[in-house]
Design a protein around this ligand. Structure first.
Ligand code: SF4
Length: 440
């Protein structure tokens, strides 16, 4: 069932969302209320990043997580990030710095008001599970300067050789045992209980099963989901503050049922303008989306009948579809393995494998790369990725450019032109293949 809602302050067109999207929005709103009420409720707050977040461990200490990237995304969607980015540049941050960082810094400079219009609390600690992107480290140095609170660093070795070794796991478990847990105990005043961690991990695995089922539903034709634009909604709870909770189990079960209903009805994805029409192109997308013009960007796809059937961005907070599940029987090792496996910690050959396999498994027409101006972590090597994936799959690839939350780098006309040429390229490839089949 779809529900029509009219966004606050929007002039005309109502936005269509399915029930799971509304449920997700309510969960996120409840989390922001909890966060901004922390000074009154006395709950302690920890800032940490999405890739490699240790939500189950954080919950063992009754800490509430605050994710700076999610705050930046919310500011982007609400069209506030442009002013925050400018503010950060005024303070001296270069134009090339990741705009999540500048949005966060600018937001702090302007009073640190969260998406619910209330002030975000100062964190009691910063927890950095360093997973491949150097910016994370520099970002937390800035936050440490600002908040002068305890900083905890969990170093995740980069998967340079494309595999996780026993040594890597042991190295990380040692840090968790000897540094991370004692500091979290001290900050929170709560004693660590490994059985409590096991319980949360068990819940994580259950929700992860349902998430994978939803993501893999895109193998169906027509795909019942859009695994990039719609995918952003689906990953919200599990990449954020809800992994390990009953709320996440309930949400992913609900979402899975909803998607199964769509498959049974032979429906495509829900777009902001209702059910998508005929599926004409199936794409795999690499790179984060643009958030300042999210709807306009999405529309360029669904207007053309293009659906994203798999994306790398929906793997930044965990690559569950390749088999990883949080394992309650090995609680600390599983946290280490989780951090090691996230997309930002994977080397280029691993990224190429993943994308090329997606094209085969999801019967996609090709690869589209959205190169983000200010995200070095994703952008490095994307041209090489593009050429390699094209070579291996024989499917056409294309390159567009935008930015995360800086509206100055969203050029609608350019992107639209390139997408239209790309769709033509796919058509030509198809007719070429049909001719070849006819001649054979
Ligand atoms: S991965 Fe990209 S968007 Fe995320 S912090 Fe690093 S540079 Fe910024």
């Amino acid at each position: 069932m779809t529900v029509i809602v009219t966004p606050r302050g929007a002039p005309a067109k109502p936005v269509v969302k399915d029930d799971s999207m509304l449920k997700q929005k309510q969960m996120m709103a409840a989390h922001y209320e909890r966060l901004t009420s922390a000074p009154e409720t006395g709950e302690k707050v920890i800032s940490t990043f999405v890739p490699g977040n240790l939500n189950e461990l954080v919950m063992c200490f009754d800490l509430v997580n605050n994710l700076p990237e999610v705050n930046a995304i919310q500011s982007g969607l609400r069209k506030q990030s442009g002013a925050y980015v400018l503010e950060a540049e005024k303070i001296g941050h270069s134009e090339d710095v990741c705009t999540y960082v500048k949005s966060d810094i600018g937001m702090m400079a302007k009073g640190n008001i969260g998406p619910n219009g209330k002030k975000l609390p100062n964190p009691n600690a910063l927890l950095l599970s360093y997973t491949g992107c150097f910016t994370f480290m520099k970002w937390f140095e800035l936050l440490r300067e600002q908040y002068k609170c305890e900083t905890i660093m969990l170093h995740t070795p980069y998967m340079g050789d494309g595999k996780i070794t026993r040594n890597m796991i042991e190295y990380m478990v040692k840090q968790i045992k000897e540094d991370v847990i004692p500091k979290l105990e001290r900050i929170s005043g709560v004693k660590f209980d490994i059985d409590r961690l096991r319980e949360y991990l068990k819940k994580s695995a259950k929700a992860e099963d349902d998430l994978v089922n939803v993501l893999q539903s895109a193998k169906t034709k027509p795909s019942p989901i859009d695994a990039y634009f719609g995918g952003i909604y689906y990953i919200g709870p599990i990449f954020g503050a809800f992994r390990g909770t009953d709320d996440a189990i309930e949400y992913y079960k609900f979402l899975r049922d909803e998607v199964e209903e769509r498959i049974a009805a032979g429906k495509g994805p829900v777009t902001p303008e209702g059910d998508m029409g005929k599926e004409k192109y199936r794409l795999v997308v690499e790179g984060p989306p643009n958030y300042t013009n999210f709807r306009q960007f999405w529309k360029m796809f669904y207007d053309e009948g293009a659906v994203v059937v798999a994306s790398s961005y929906t793997k930044v907070g965990g690559v569950y579809d390749l088999g990883f599940r949080h394992d309650p029987d090995n609680p600390l090792e599983t946290l280490a393995e989780y951090c090691l496996g996230v997309y930002t910690n994977r080397n280029l050959p691993m990224r190429i494998d993943m994308l090329a396999n997606y094209i085969e498994e999801y019967q996609a027409d090709g690869l589209l790369i959205n190169s983000i101006k200010s995200c070095n972590s994703f952008s490095a090597g994307q041209l090489l990725i593009m050429r390699e994936v094209e070579k291996r799959t024989g499917k056409p690839a294309a390159f567009i450019e935008s930015d995360l939350v800086d509206p100055r780098y969203f050029s609608a006309a350019n992107i639209k032109n390139r997408l239209e040429s790309y769709f033509q390229m796919i058509e030509q490839k198809r007719s070429g293949a049909a001719l070849e089949r006819g001649a054979a």
